[in-house]
Write a protein that binds this ligand. Structure first.
Ligand code: GLN
Length: 531
């Protein structure tokens, strides 16, 4: 078992997750089996109950874990589905410890940070290593060195070297060189300090990544090497790039694979050039296509990160560059859909919760339907499209989702009985993968080229089958059904170039080099009708 630990210093938002994912990408392309985990400091048990405006998107795994958005990066970079074991939050650790304590597992003992909390932390890493059978488990530690809340993780990973030896453990640290405008130079001191802070936890990094928004000089890297005692070839400059998918190639340029292989005594195979081809495609000059995302978390765009990444890869696949417009659905309520959306070739209504901005999204779906503009609805975007169709085509003016109006006379989107009984909010939505049988001849069936698919869900409300026949008669096509529970999973609209909306979240399964079929076809259709 070999472990790579990734910590971050100086400040947050440096792209530590991208670097962890890129290391995974490199090792995987060189023939290794990898697994990636993220440890988050928060006392939440999972990310499902956190408002996306705090930490961005809640990513969902096949097995239904509601996780930090970094898991999405990992899956996209290593092209591999992860599991519940990949996302650990402090709340989970403490919950387990308190349950053990009550059960009497520690009878007679005083429960302490060391060894009880740290053992629980290490246990998660070992279990993931065993279950995944990976050659290397990459463990990203959330937060920034010096945070009070991260100490138990740092002590845990420090002990891992004692437990498994230097040949099987590697410490990576990501820091930052700020730019001084007055002297026109990058400064290395904060990075040095963060490496020193890490040393106070008993960890000296083996490899450091120096992030900067300006060109890095050899001299600055030497300074880090000399002052912090790090091998010269293990101080790696990571200047900000136009696209995150270029990061693995940049790290390869600095021979990261060779450094890791030396330090972990790993034999790496030669890699293929598939990723380089993706990067070449991304960097090539391409025409732009204007796509609008109509949502409500406009000041926290990370909320839609899997959606935007899926759109980008669908554009690259179609030899286009994405020009994304962020449209606040509350603005549509005030100014009308036409005014704000007329310049876009395609419209996406992504997932969301709660009442705010809902009417603006309904107006968006109406505008797309009536004007033959390609529309892709994702979870809430499907519920919205159903409500819109029911109101304006069927003429049921007072229809709604029970989420937005619990007393509506026509709950075309409703809570199923199994959900009405639920009292606890955490982890109780319809989560993870469910099967979906596609209706032959539909846009969805053609896009997938398969009759049975499985996709990831995260929602509480469902299409109400009571309205199905009437809606179908009026021109709504049910393009996918969950066979076990007879739930409508995909809808389309007759005689529209592309109006497809799914109850699941296709964006979670999209990969940069393998765009999701629905996104790929959405962009393909938009491209074909772009003026
Ligand atoms: N709010 C809706 C539900 O709970 C949609 C959720 C979503 O878009 N993920 O069913």
């Amino acid at each position: 078992m070999k472990f790579i630990f990734v910590t971050g210093g100086v400040l947050s938002g440096l792209g530590k997750g991208i670097i962890a994912a890129s290391v995974g990408n490199i090792l995987k392309r060189h023939g290794k089996k990898v697994f990636i985990m993220k440890f988050d400091q928060y006392y939440n048990v999972d990310a499902g109950t956190i408002n996306p405006t705090e930490h961005g998107e809640c990513f969902v795994t096949d097995d239904g874990a509601e996780t930090d958005l970094d898991l999405g990066h990992y899956e996209r970079f290593i092209d591999q589905s992860l599991s519940r074991q990949s996302s650990v939050m402090s709340g989970q650790i403490y919950q387990a410890i308190l349950e053990n304590e009550r059960r009497g597992d520690y009878l007679g003992k005083t429960i302490q940070m060391i060894p009880h909390v740290t053992d629980e932390v290490k246990k998660r890493m070992l279990e993931a290593a065993k279950k995944s059978k990976a050659d290397i488990v990459i463990v990203e530690i959330g937060g920034t060195i010096g945070d009070y809340e991260g100490a138990h993780f740092l002590e845990g990973i420090r002990q891992m070297r004692r437990d498994f030896g230097a040949e099987n453990t590697l410490y990576l640290h990501v820091g930052f060189f700020p730019w001084m405008e007055t002297t026109q130079e990058l400064k290395t001191k904060p990075m040095q300090n963060s490496i020193r802070d890490l040393a106070t936890y008993g960890i000296t990094p083996d490899i450091v990544f120096c992030r900067a928004d300006h060109p890095i000089d050899r001299k600055q890297l030497e300074k880090i090497s000399v002052f912090c005692g790090i091998d010269e070839d293990a101080v790696i400059p990571v200047e900000t790039l136009a696209c995150v998918y270029e990061v693995p190639m940049l790290l390869e340029k600095f021979h990261l694979g060779a450094v890791v292989s030396r330090k972990l005594n790993l034999k790496l195979e030669k890699s293929d050039d598939e990723w380089q081809k993706l990067v070449d495609k991304i960097e090539a000059d391409k025409p732009k296509i204007k796509i609008a995302i109509v949502g409500k978390y406009m000041d926290m765009r990370d909320t839609y990160i899997s959606v935007t990444e899926a759109l980008k890869s669908a554009c690259w696949w179609n030899d286009l560059d994405l020009e994304l417009g962020w449209i606040d659905s509350e603005k549509i309520e005030k100014q009308g859909a036409e005014k704000l959306l007329k310049d876009y070739t395609g419209i996406v209504v992504p997932g969301g919760f709660g009442n705010r901005g809902i009417e603006g999204k309904i107006a968006t779906a109406k505008y797309a339907r009536e004007n033959n503009i390609p529309y892709l609805g994702l979870c809430l975007g499907m519920q919205i499209a159903t409500i819109e169709f029911c109101r304006h085509v069927l003429g049921t003016a007072d229809c709604n989702s029970e989420e937005f109006n619990p007393k509506t006379k026509n709950p075309v989107i409703h809570l199923m009985n199994s959900q009405t009984k639920i009292k606890e909010k955490g982890g109780t939505m319809r989560l993870g993968v469910y099967k979906c049988k596609l209706t032959p001849g539909t846009i969805a069936a053609k896009a997938y080229g398969q009759s049975m698919i499985s996709e990831r869900h995260r929602h509480r409300f469902e299409f109400n089958n009571k309205y199905r026949t009437r809606l179908e008669k009026a021109g709504l096509i049910v393009a996918g059904i969950n066979p076990e529970q007879n739930l409508v999973e995909i809808i389309e609209i007759k005689n529209h170039p592309f109006f497809v909306a799914s109850q699941f979240h296709p964006e979670f399964k999209s990969r940069p080099n393998r765009p999701h079929p629905l996104f790929r076809e959405f962009i393909k259709t938009a491209k074909s009708i772009d003026k």
